[in-house]
Design a protein around this ligand. Structure first.
Ligand code: MD3
Ligand code: FE
Length: 213
């Protein structure tokens, strides 16, 4: 009961916007079908931490002119080719370019769409996204499949954090003060969606990497 004693609406940090259920069930199915097609050309790879080479529990691929990759030798970076196939990344699906145009801006396009796949036991530790050349554009995220517990804090590690459950079809935008906030995924809630036959969660993040115009 919103407004009754002891309860309040979840307070999100300044610059975080959340649209629960932005994409309906049929749009989510369409997106998954498109992603599956593109994964045939750009398979999920296992990213490794810089220096240690420790594998991340999330698997990834990218769409767009630039994709985020990481390995032991060269660390975090954007590049235009898939690290395993050496091929250019597939294009960003139009439905996602339309989303960017509607909620971010029709005046410039995202360059990178990072695809993260979480098995039900996977998580992503708290980190900042700071491998882009510019931070003035928002980051836009789309969640598909099982729900997750997402947590975001401030721009310094170890400060106050807010948790948010992200469900299939949700869209989140990070801009302004939140663009360099620490954030991560604490857990996936298994069996909370039927969208992905093998369970788990897909997250798509759209980003600008280089200066626009
Ligand atoms: C908050 N992905 O790929 S998306 C990532 O659910 C990443 O896969 C998470 O963090 C996921 O880097 C979270 C939402 C998100 C994306 C970028 C952010 C939240 C953010 C940048 C700044 C603050
Ligand atoms: Fe991130």
């Amino acid at each position: 009961m919103l407004g009754s004693a002891g309860e309040k609406a979840a307070e999100l940090p300044s610059g975080v916007r959340h649209w629960p259920g932005y994409f309906d069930a049929s749009e989510q199915e369409q997106l998954v079908a498109l992603i599956r097609q593109k994964l045939a050309d750009a398979p999920l790879f296992t990213p490794a931490m810089p220096r240690t080479g420790k594998p991340m529990s999330v698997r990834m691929t990218n769409f767009g002119s630039l994709g985020w990759v990481t390995d032991k030798e060269r660390g975090y970076r954007y590049q235009s080719e898939h690290p395993d196939t050496g091929q250019a990344w597939p294009s960003i699906p139009k439905i996602l370019l339309d989303l960017w145009s509607e909620v971010v801006s029709p005046d410039y396009e995202p360059e990178a769409c990072l695809v993260n796949y979480y098995e039900d036991g996977a998580k992503m530790g708290q980190h900042q996204d700071r491998d882009e050349e510019v931070f003035d554009a928002p980051v836009l995220s789309v969640s598909l499949g099982n729900a997750c517990l997402f947590r975001v804090g401030g721009t310094k590690r170890g400060g106050k954090t807010s948790s948010l459950r992200l469900e299939s079809g949700d869209v989140m935008m990070l801009s302004g003060d939140s663009r360099l906030a620490y954030h991560g995924v604490d857990r996936i809630y298994k069996d909370t969606s039927d969208l992905l036959k093998n369970g788990g969660r897909l997250n798509l993040t759209l980003r600008r990497v280089t200066a626009r115009g």
